[in-house]
Design a protein around this ligand. Structure first.
Ligand SMILES: *[C@@H]1O[C@H](CO)[C@@H](O)[C@H](O)[C@H]1NC(C)=O
Ligand SMILES: *[C@@H]1O[C@H](CO)[C@@H](O)[C@H](O)[C@H]1NC(C)=O
Ligand SMILES: *[C@@H]1O[C@H](CO)[C@@H](O)[C@H](O)[C@H]1NC(C)=O
Length: 782
């Protein structure tokens, strides 16, 4: 329903709105409330980024108030500047809302108000009229121009009252009015040579506006014919961008007179200001030429009148209509209407990240635009309304692989040749904490020697997290737990930043040999992600335990005496020494030595012998323990003197004893080396068959915690110990050395070769030679 000139809504169809406003409204004036008219919630205008988009890039003129939903005038609109002589003048907008994308066409029709007065192109109209002009002769007057249209344009003319002329008013085919001076009373040059009149043009607006021009008539003697145009209307098509100097058209008027009276001159009459800057007519040839840039996008149509005048001032008019044709001279314009940047890496495929609008100022085919983006990016353009596209993701994004994209949008129109343009959007992908820290190893092992320094570092763990900043910052900690009932934190600590693990205290191999802890790596995201890894700590042995003699019982507690029958044969078993070492490996490899005999065995006291046996392990440095073995060589207990007598010593040969002992030790050392080599050699060639049996020693022999003892109370192979065979009586020299796996023992010796019975024992045999010499042989048997 047209409300004619009033402000307000004209019509609304399918969400398209049309408003009508008069020109020259003050900036800020309200045109209407779009929110109400479209049934939208004005409170959501801001969050939906409501805005008015206008085709092309001219001034905006209108805007919306996001708080109220009002359509307002943003700057004063001059209809004449905006639309010139066009009858219909409207501003076309699109109301764009996002989330979801919504588009409404808004049409604002600008109504004319009478703000322009009629004007004549010249301040004076000069006419030369022959005195013989008869009554009724007509002279065309140039038309007054009023920038307003319709009713507000020129409606009538009035002529100052005079004796000679009256005014005739006519209407052009385009609706414009023009006047003619009509001779009412014949002129007499002899009476009056000149006549000056005032012509007034009035428009139809309220209030009425008018413009005047002076008509100066010179009365002449001669007679002539008026020029006649070959066409009333000249209509031409002119491609835009025609170069300067292009001849648009040539108008021709013929005057039947001869001589100067027949010389026709041309001039442009009624013409808009804009057209006046673009076209020029050659006064004598009638050629209309281009003198300014012709732009189809500025104006598509020009209309002007041309006046032809002969030498005597008789004139006639014709009309020239120039229609500008489009040339594909505008590349499409790509406008980013909205863009979410950065986008989180966890957006689902198909998420809209931006809205693109393409425009082309050309018309028809030259305006048709196709839009595309480059391959190999996880985005695509979905055509939306008209020239709108949404940019959506096509697959999942992963910031850890690609953190930003340059998306190039190319728009191509369908002109010949086509024009295209492109625009690159930089899109960043923002981080989401989607990667837990990952340890570099599946598991870690740390080896530490017992009796370590508390606080020393043992090993370090490393976990990587590819997320960004705090989402990728890894903090290490120990998972609470216990080792034999003691919290792990009292054994180990971890540096939260570096992952270096420190021992909190000194470890004791004899207490435990290994334990496991779990280290957690956690990132600083919210919520944080974590992973854990097992760290196995292995404690290695140090020779910190001396051999412990189980049998005979330690000296001092009880004096145990072994009885040796006088008739004992060489190789008879006289006693056993059993020792253990809490360490392991080499550190528990024991060797037995008789380091001295207390005295010579003589006729008189040959029955008492006191031997000191040293048990030595093979650690670095090695540790040793000694024990005493008392031997009583007698068949009858009654013969035995007081045992304390054994304490009386004859030290006469002590020095030589020491020398012998020294030589023995040196020899032993040499033999030991040879033995080691032999053992190595044999081990490499033979299976260690001697380690497969169980030990007959009752478990009661061993101190608690001494060793890992399995359910049956048997020692594991790693607790077997080696011994070195030597002789130790003071007069005897080194008798033999035998490797534990050597099978060359004499058959007659009192060896019990049952491995199960003797594994791990030391057996000392005493060999009595003659009356004076007691030879002690010791060997070891597995
Ligand atoms: C995107 O373009 C910018 C500027 O041209 C450049 O610095 C950047 O490396 C590009 N990024 C990608 C992912 O190609
Ligand atoms: C970390 O991830 C969260 C989501 O998990 C995200 O909100 C945050 O912005 C990210 N931080 C950084 C620094 O990227
Ligand atoms: C340690 O990691 C495993 C899987 O690697 C997981 O099942 C377990 O819950 C984690 N433990 C803790 C305490 O985080």
């Amino acid at each position: 329903i047209e409300k004619g000139g009033d402000i307000g809504l004209l019509w609304s169809v399918h969400g398209d709105m049309s408003y009508s406003i008069p020109e020259e409204m003050k900036s800020g004036s309200v045109i209407g409330n779009i929110a109400n008219d479209l049934g939208l919630d004005a409170r959501r205008f801001s969050s939906r980024k409501a805005r008015l988009d206008m085709d092309g890039s001219r001034q905006r003129y209108c805007d919306i108030n996001l708080n109220t939903g009002d359509l307002i005038v943003a700057e004063t609109i001059d209809r004449e500047e905006l639309c010139g002589p066009k009858v219909s003048c409207s501003l076309k907008y699109e109301l764009v809302l996002e989330k979801p994308l919504e588009l409404h066409r808004i049409n604002v029709q600008v109504q004319d108000i009478n703000d322009n007065s009629p004007t004549f192109s010249n301040t004076q109209i000069n006419l030369e009229i022959r005195e013989s002009a008869v009554r009724g002769t007509r002279f065309l007057l140039s038309e007054a121009h009023d920038a307003d249209i319709g009713h507000n344009a020129v409606q009538k003319y009035s002529l100052e009252k005079n004796d000679y002329f009256v005014l005739g008013v006519h209407t052009n085919p385009d609706g414009g009015k023009y006047g003619e001076l009509v001779v009412e009373k014949e002129l007499d040059r002899e009476q009056q040579q000149e006549v000056t009149l005032l012509l007034t043009a009035v428009d139809g607006g309220t209030p009425q506006r008018s413009g005047t021009v002076v008509i100066h008539v010179t009365v002449l003697d001669a007679n002539d014919n008026i020029p006649v145009f070959t066409q009333n209307v000249y209509k031409v098509n002119l491609p835009e961008n025609s170069p300067l100097g292009t001849v648009v058209s040539t108008v021709t008027a013929i005057d039947a007179d001869e001589g100067p009276n027949g010389d026709v001159t041309y001039e442009l009459g009624r013409i808009s200001n804009r057209a006046g800057k673009l076209f020029l007519i050659n006064k004598t040839t009638g050629e209309i030429k281009v003198i300014g840039p012709i732009d189809f996008e500025e104006e598509t149509y020009y209309e002007m009148s041309v006046q032809a005048k002969d030498g005597l001032g008789s004139a006639s008019n014709c009309k020239v209509i120039i229609e500008i044709t489009d040339v594909n001279d505008n590349a499409p314009i790509i406008l980013i209407k909205s863009l979410s940047n950065p986008i989180p890496e966890d957006v689902l495929p198909g998420t809209e990240v931006g809205i693109i609008n393409v425009q082309d100022k050309d018309s028809e085919g030259n305006k048709q635009v196709r839009c595309a983006i480059q391959q190999h990016v996880p985005f695509k353009l979905n055509p939306s309304f008209k020239n709108y596209y949404s940019l959506v993701t096509t697959s999942e994004l992963d910031r850890e692989i690609i953190s930003d994209y340059n998306i190039t949008i190319t728009a191509t129109d369908e002109g010949t040749p086509p024009l295209s343009s492109s625009k690159t959007i930089h899109l960043s992908v923002s981080d989401v904490n989607d990667n837990p820290p990952a340890f570099e190893e599946q598991s870690y092992s740390a080896y530490v020697t017992e009796n370590n320094k508390p606080g020393s570092s043992m090993c370090s763990v490393t976990a990587r997290d590819p997320d960004w900043r705090q989402n990728g910052t890894v903090v290490y900690s120990l998972l609470p737990g216990d080792v034999n009932g003691v919290p792990v934190s009292s054994f180990l600590s971890i540096n939260g930043d570096t992952g270096v693990i420190h021992a909190v205290k000194a470890f004791d191999y004899e207490q435990f040999r290994s334990f496991k802890v779990h280290v957690v790596a956690r990132d600083n995201g919210s919520p944080p992600l974590s992973s854990n890894v097992t760290v196995s700590v292995f404690i290695t042995d140090e020779n910190d335990n001396s051999p412990q003699i189980l049998y005979p019982a330690p000296a001092g507690n009880s004096l145990m005496t072994e009885m040796v029958p006088k008739a004992a044969l060489a190789g008879s078993l006289v006693s056993k020494v059993i020792a253990v070492d809490a360490d392991s490996g080499q550190n528990a490899w024991l060797s037995y030595h008789i380091i001295r005999a207390q005295r010579d065995i003589s006729e008189s006291d040959s029955m008492k012998q006191n031997l000191v046996i040293s048990v030595k392990d093979n650690g670095q440095p090695s540790l040793s323990t000694t024990c005493d073995v008392y031997l009583l060589i007698s068949d009858n207990l009654a013969e035995v003197p007081e045992l304390k007598d054994m304490a009386y010593e004859d030290s006469s040969k002590l020095t030589s004893y020491l020398i012998i002992a020294l030589v023995s030790v040196s020899t032993f050392f040499l033999t030991f080396i040879i033995l080691i080599l032999a053992v190595r050699f044999c081990r490499s060639r033979k299976p260690r068959m001697m380690f497969d049996g169980a030990v007959a020693i009752p478990s009661a022999y061993f101190p608690p915690n001494y060793a890992e003892v399995d359910g049956a109370g048997t020692l594991r192979s790693s607790y077997n110990y080696d011994a070195y065979l030597t002789t130790g009586s003071r007069t005897s020299d080194f008798k033999f050395v035998r490797s534990y796996n050597d099978n060359t023992l004499p058959a007659d010796q009192t060896l019990r070769k049952s491995q199960s019975e003797f594994l791990g024992e030391s057996i000392i045999t005493l060999n009595v030679v003659g009356n004076t010499e007691v030879r002690l042989e010791s060997y070891f048997e597995y």
